[in-house]
Design a protein around this ligand. Structure first.
Ligand code: PMV
Length: 325
């Protein structure tokens, strides 16, 4: 076996979101989803299997994790070891160029990079589809970070059929996604807990499943036609309907904070003034704004004035997973 590998994976932002599992252990989603991989936010992870170790050693942003904090990563390594038919422990080093757990999908880039590095280091030779299925076991949204550009995660009917494929590469459409960092604190309600609560208690959940199917179809047509207004409208509506599942849960919960609402209002005002831009939000308060390059500067300067230049990051479509060694 090769023992060592290092990989980089980028985060993705869902335009039609994944919000619910029909099998938690296998992380099989209730609906298919479609995302855009982003160039600015990524995770680098190296994995070294070493026969002399008695435990996995995990370092995250240069900080050694204790056994409990590393559990999700060591559980994932067990899956890889199982597939590869080995029992060797590993040293894992991860550097995140993403504000962790603030709704910028660090688990997506994190588990995509870990899946790529761990599988290669363990001697497994996985194709894209197999890698995407493996990443899914770490975090659902990681399924989509194996590929670059626009990516669809097919919900499938079981483990073998639930994986992602590329709809269009990163250079297919010159778009920008402006991230507004309104709050970088880790979220209080994890996406897994949030999904579970929405699914089991929101009276609108069944409607959401039907809606996602329709949105996905419409979104693929908008991508095919380079129709920015349709793409933005579908993404914004889909995001708000996902958040409606949190507001309508029992007990209710909410990922917005006051600054998220301020960002949404600014996007609405910009649109009313004739600048086409749309927002989306994941399971955290940060807002991402979709815009085409011709209107980027006016949107960036408005957002910088409102939130401070340091809190605005301009991203573009990004690549799929890459091996760094
Ligand atoms: O991959 P998870 O379990 O962190 O779930 C991600 C859920 C959303 O980011 C809110 C939506 C999505 O499709 O990425």
């Amino acid at each position: 076996m090769n023992n060592y590998a290092k990989a980089r994976a980028h985060t993705n932002i869902a335009l039609v979101k994944y919000w619910g599992k029909r099998n938690s252990a296998l992380k099989l989603p209730t609906t298919s989803s479609l995302s855009l991989t982003l160039d600015q936010f990524y995770t680098d992870t190296s994995v070294q299997f070493n026969e002399t170790l008695t435990n996995d050693q995990v370092t995250f942003n240069e900080r050694r994790l204790d056994e409990q904090s590393a559990r999700r990563i060591t559980d994932f390594l067990d899956l890889v070891r199982n597939q590869a038919g080995i029992t060797t422990k590993a040293v894992v080093q991860t550097t995140n160029n993403v504000p962790t757990a603030a709704g910028l999908a660090s688990s997506a880039s994190g588990f995509a990079a870990l899946a790529a590095a761990a599988s290669k280091a363990s001697g497994l030779r996985l194709n894209h589809r197999e890698l995407s299925r493996l990443a899914r076991r770490g975090s659902g949204s990681a399924t989509r970070s194996i590929d670059g550009g626009f990516v669809e995660w097919h919900k499938g009917i079981g483990d073998r059929t639930s994986f992602a494929t590329q709809v269009a590469p990163a250079d297919y459409w010159d778009l920008n996604i402006i991230a507004i960092l309104v709050n970088q604190q880790p979220k209080k309600m994890s996406s897994s807990e949030g999904m579970q609560l929405s699914q089991t208690t929101s009276p609108y959940y069944h409607e959401w499943e039907k809606l996602c199917q329709r949105d996905l179809k419409k979104l693929k047509i908008a991508i095919k036609n380079h129709n920015f207004n349709d793409l933005g409208t579908i993404a914004e509506e889909n995001a708000m309907r996902m958040h409606a599942l949190t507001l309508s849960a029992t007990p209710d919960f909410c990922y917005f904070d006051a600054d998220s609402l301020k960002a949404m209002r600014i996007v609405h005002q910009l649109r009313e003034s004739g600048i086409p831009c749309y927002f989306t939000m994941d399971a955290g308060p940060n807002v991402k704004v979709l815009v085409e390059p011709e209107h980027r500067e006016s949107v960036v300067s408005t957002l910088q004035t409102a939130f401070g230049p340091d809190n605005i990051i301009v991203a573009a479509p990004g690549p799929g997973v890459q091996y760094l060694t």
